[in-house]
Design a protein around this ligand. Structure first.
Ligand code: BV8
Length: 243
């Protein structure tokens, strides 16, 4: 039986599918990934701009980086990988979608209850009073200010060195602990604690399926590896209505 057939069989028979996605699931929507060729912006490594220190040192530059990403995401559409996960949620008893992405393309594809480990690009948060506001689709000024107190606002994402939102992180661990299948899609699995969800799944004895262009540091822990584009592979894992 091919790896693809094994994976489709595991998914169709799953009681609770946990899915962990990374930037690779949005690549076919034209969103640059964090690492690899797309990971550079004006010669800056994306990760070096995604830190509180970079923002404190040069908020204007960091906002230029995030406004550039907001513009790209605003013009992008969910791709067949996002749509397949939305469909899959309706074809299995339970699906938990956990993402490292901040583009909300899963939401735009119709996924519900998405656990955003690293926040999102559309909301901004005041660095003074903490007020968070949804600025989806807005073109922001070079240094956005808080609507409530006028303080400097920041992107409502989790930067390197910052803790993940407690409630989201606990819910993600809970979902993986309970799942019997873990689908790891389009992540280089180098960012923690998100990548630790794979080890958690392994310990829980579930079937782990990796969908990526290439193997990653968690590839030894998985049971089935599907290497190719998520937009082409994920639709083949969705059980038909009859199944
Ligand atoms: C924390 C939001 C503690 C911002 C992001 C040393 C060892 C281990 C860990 C650490 C360490 N030093 C520091 C750390 C911790 C650090 C970390 O993990 N660093 C790594 C880089 C070494 N982690 C943190 O700082 C985290 N916080 O630890 O806090 C703490 C606790 C209490 C109190 C205070 C502090 C916070 C991490 C969150 C950082 N924020 N994003 C923003 O987006 O601007 S992470 C960033 O990387 C993105 O969210 C991205 O999603 C994420 C992971 O990257 P991927 O999604 O995997 O994307 P990537 O480009 O890497 O890979 C794409 C993959 O897709 C590739 O594999 C490619 O082959 C594949 N692909 C491409 N195209 C396709 C495809 N696959 C299929 N189909 C395709 N078409």
């Amino acid at each position: 039986m091919s790896e693809l057939a094994r994976a489709a069989r595991a998914v169709a028979g799953g009681r609770h599918i946990a899915v962990l996605t990374g930037a690779g699931v949005s690549a076919e929507s034209g969103i640059p990934t964090f690492r690899g060729a797309g990971g550079l912006w004006r010669g800056f490594d994306s990760a070096s701009l995604a830190t509180p220190e970079a923002f404190a040192a040069n908020p204007k530059l960091v906002w230029e980086f995030y406004n550039w990403r907001r513009e790209i995401v605003a013009r992008a559409d969910p791709n067949p990988a996002h749509v397949a996960l939305t469909k899959l949620a309706g074809r299995v008893p339970r699906l938990s979608l956990i993402t490292q992405n901040v583009d909300r393309l899963h939401h735009r594809a119709g996924s519900r209850g998405v656990l955003e480990l690293h926040g999102n690009l559309w909301e901004i948060r005041c660095t003074r009073c903490g007020e968070t506001s949804d600025r989806t689709g807005d073109i922001l000024p070079p240094l956005p200010s808080c609507g409530a107190c006028g303080g400097l606002a920041r992107p409502a994402v989790v930067w390197f060195g910052e803790a993940l939102p407690d409630d989201v992180w606990s819910a993600a661990q809970e979902s993986v602990r309970d799942a019997d299948v873990l689908l790891v899609v389009g992540t280089s699995a180098v960012v923690y604690p998100a990548a630790a969800l794979v080890t958690l799944g392994k310990r829980a004895g579930q079937t782990i399926i990796e969908v990526n262009l290439e193997p990653t540091p968690v590839s030894d822990a998985i049971d089935i590896g599907l290497y190719g584009k998520a937009g082409e592979l994920l639709p083949q894992l969705v059980p038909s209505e009859q199944e």
